[in-house]
Design a protein. Structure first.
Ligand SMILES: CC(C)[C@H](C(=O)O)[C@@H](O)C(=O)O
Ligand SMILES: CC(C)[C@H](C(=O)O)[C@@H](O)C(=O)O
Lengths: 364, 364
């Protein structure tokens, strides 16, 4: 039997730097745990645009659909800010999400004990925080038609369409309920049903799926504006949050920042399972390409490494190995090893991106 | 000459309770400062639905268009949760905004010194915070067509439309730049131009208005998801934020909660100036109808009182009197007078809604 395959797309900015550490970790699992992967590397985002004139080539797209998991670093950078909308680095990422049909975006917002002081929130509000945001990722205003800018009379009009079908809502709701069953069995669904009809449909379908298939899970509904407030006020009231593509974008970033350790947060984007029950999947850190620190050895590789841990868990059914990797990261943090973004008033041992990779490998 | 006219719409839940204190304050200004207003009171929201079967009657709408300012308490409550979308309490408020053409919604997020400890954020992150969010209020996904839920094949589809014209963006941008000139001369505009064409138009128009008419104001652009992060991470980096209706809804609530004193925050919704230069205007607290504490004398009337202060400033050109009222509120807080929502570990003198009105009147 051949090894499971991974397509690595380091992308732009600090993407390649943090991904280099992940590659070392993948190698370690192959050597020490006999978990071998066939790894190939390709371009996405600005890097792909520079070579191919598009932020994702058809060949890369085709490979992404064939492999067992995609690991992505980050896309974008000031160099590409003035590109046409259709070839912006982001379009490469959005194409992957859409064509791989990665409808369920898992964004854990977790506060690491060793880093609780880094949050702008009071320690007791965030310590022990462990939320999972499930964001719908292939529909809504990100992909709805009609869209664009056109002329009406002598002025321009900008249009986007928020559009959700019942089945699109149902499948992401199921994915949230499934996750909740493995956690604290509690889901909060967020929309603006008081203002948007698409929000009414969202609320109704989530409730129907709940009543028919997951009556054992505790379900609540909240308006997204109140959701933003409650995340700031008392985030620990939440376990799993399920919401649409656009609210998910804003609320998951808000939740991520609560933890104070953006450089730590991974994400998984999952699609439908294939014949062997393995979902189409893309894993990426929540942080961006960080052009300001690119090439300086300052980037924190942990979010990207923990994204690989999510791959072990969700794509390769290696939950125990995922936990091993997560524990190694926790140990390193507890030992006070810190990349630049984690250097706080409490001191700690400053390390570069590569050195962080070193100590995590040691801890493994 | 007749007195300026005010239409009071207390609405639902704690709306009538907090508005009762505002009425006393209006009377005080009439008696003590010779600032007399012709005040009339009417129904909105669930209260209007109960009487008229609609959340805002045509008569009330007509009066709102005639008076010099509208003061609104709050709308909504569990009793009305299952009403049809078209007659929900919120529709009353949305009709007022739309027909009065109140395109510029000013939402200050201000942290009161005496209350800095109430924030879930660390004191140094929020103390002295003073942001003004300018939210577009009459367009975008709140009002765009097509909208609704319809059947496609055998499934339901929910649709809303985000739609912005150049002139809609231009006028709210101007209102943000004007405000910035009276403050720290700094505007940050937020959208998702990396994903939405309406966001591209937004960014372009804001930049054009800036370059042509307000080159002296410092302008920056930020993606709304990053905006949510930055609000949590370091809110004091902002002065004026301008954004669309939906992002404004979520981001202003997020910003409001940073201050830890939601019961304190007023808002103004302004339209075009009439012949005398007075804008159409509606003032309301940022907090909701708070059904859980309705009728218990626990509600904090300060947000509603400060909304009247905004009316003094923006509708009646009585900036000095507005400041007088704001100072009275600050004094009362500094003295440790506290409604239930403000009772913290530091003690303080607990008071009811009416007693809070009493002490503010005394302080005046
Ligand atoms: C880069 C951008 C297109 C993307 C999004 O808006 O979804 C990012 O913000 C994210 O949250 O993954
Ligand atoms: C009550 C509701 C319609 C309203 C909105 O969504 O605009 C509220 O949340 C607000 O922010 O004023």
């Amino acid at each position: 039997m051949s090894n499971p395959s991974i397509l690595i797309l380091p992308g732009d900015g600090i993407g390649p730097e943090v991904m280099a550490q992940v590659t070392r970790i993948i190698d370690w699992f192959g050597e020490k745990r006999d978990l071998k992967f066939d790894v190939e590397t390709d371009l996405v985002g600005g890097a792909a645009y520079d070579k191919h004139g598009v932020p994702l080539s058809d060949e890369t797209m085709a490979r992404a659909l064939e492999v067992d998991a995609v690991l992505l670093g980050a896309v974008g950078g000031p160099k590409y800010d003035n590109l046409d909308f259709s070839v912006k680095p982001e379009r490469g990422l959005l194409r992957l999400r859409k064509e791989m049909d990665l409808f369920s975006n898992l964004r854990p917002a977790q506060c690491f004990d060793a880093l609780a002081d880094f949050s702008s929130l009071k320690k007791d509000i965030v310590s022990g925080l462990d939320i999972m945001i499930v964001r719908e990722l292939t529909s809504g205003v990100y992909f709805g038609e009609p869209r664009g800018i056109h002329k009406e009379g002598n002025e321009r009009v900008g249009i986007n369409t928020q559009r959700y079908t019942e089945s699109e809502i149902a499948r992401v709701a199921r994915s949230a309920f499934e996750l909740a069953r493995k956690r604290s069995n509690k889901v909060c669904s967020m929309e603006k049903a008081n203002v948007m009809e698409s929000g009414i449909l969202w609320r109704d379908v989530v409730q129907e799926i709940h009543d028919a298939e997951y009556p054992d899970v505790e379900l609540s509904h909240m308006y997204a504006d109140n959701g933003a407030m409650q995340l700031v006020r008392a985030p620990k009231q939440f376990d799993v949050i399920v919401t649409d593509n656009l609210f998910g974008d804003v609320l998951s970033d808000c939740a991520a920042m609560l933890t104070g350790s953006l450089g730590m947060l991974p994400s998984a984007s999952l699609g439908l399972p294939n014949a062997e029950g393995r979902p189409k999947a893309l894993y990426e850190p929540v942080h961006g390409s960080a052009p300001d620190i690119t090439g300086q050895g300052k980037a924190n590789p942990i979010a990207c490494i923990l994204s690989f841990a999510m791959a072990l868990r969700y794509s390769f059914d290696e939950g125990a190995e995922a936990t091993r990797l997560e524990k190694a990261v926790e140990k390193v943090l507890a030992d006070g090893v810190r990349t630049a973004d984690l250097m706080g008033p409490d001191g700690g041992t400053p390390v570069s991106t590569t050195e962080m990779g070193d100590v995590i490998l040691e801890a493994l």
